[in-house]
Design a binder for this molecule. Structure first.
Ligand code: SIN
Ligand code: FE2
Length: 205
């Protein structure tokens, strides 16, 4: 993969248009296959609120949330082991993560019309030495980047299909979220919506 210099915004590294249209289409096919083996589900927060995204995972561990809390576990809520992370997704990690460590989890979030994600830290991984790599597919999303402490000044950026963001170093524990998507802005998914993949290395689970 030809990896250009990223944009750096508050220690978030943004690789604009890293993935070609053909690569994006192949990834969508891979994720459809993954979601056949591990169907998307509507997660609820520990406080009992239904999240607006739908999610599933691939890899040794998947991220889940329900009344019992946020966590990684080795099986889908339906009981089956998670399917493997698709090889093309691992290739993206290898191209930008700058570590020999392989990711344990590929969390797949689907944003339909009106879906968003509140400001949060990714901090259930047990160790923060490795980056989180985030892949955007489909509709545009307004991605908001904040600080390691909650609150304060933030910046936002519209992510488009094929963009890859690396949250490592000082950005690893920075708050981030998705304010909104522009439903139907991309033709990648025929029925609209956005897929976000986040790759994480997880310790101690
Ligand atoms: C996330 O932080 O889990 C998702 C980020 C995104 O959808 O771009
Ligand atoms: Fe996140």
């Amino acid at each position: 993969m030809n990896v250009p210099e990223p944009l750096r915004i508050r220690d978030f590294l943004v690789y604009r248009g890293l993935l070609s249209r053909a690569a994006q289409e192949a990834l969508v096919g891979d994720i459809r296959g993954l979601a056949r083996a591990a169907p998307m589900f509507a997660p609820t927060t520990p406080g009992g609120r239904k999240m607006s995204v739908q999610m599933t995972s691939g890899g040794r561990l998947g991220w889940v949330t329900d009344r019992a809390g946020y966590r990684y576990q080795d099986h889908h809520p339906g009981g089956e082991k998670w399917p493997p992370i698709p090889a093309r997704v691992l290739d993206i990690w290898e191209a930008v993560a700058q570590t020999m460590r392989a990711p344990d989890c590929c969390l797949v979030n689907f944003y339909g019309e009106g879906a968003k994600m509140g400001m949060h830290q990714d901090r259930d991984e047990g160790c923060f030495d490795w980056p989180v790599v985030s892949v955007s597919l489909g509709d545009d999303a307004q991605f908001r980047m904040g600080n390691v402490e909650r609150g304060g000044k933030t910046d936002s950026l519209w992510l488009t299909s094929g963009d890859v963001v690396v949250m490592g170093g000082a950005a690893r524990l920075a708050y981030h979220g998705v304010d909104k998507i522009r439903f139907g802005s991309s033709s990648l998914l025929p029925k609209g919506g956005r897929i976000n993949l986040t790759l994480r290395a997880v310790e101690g689970v």
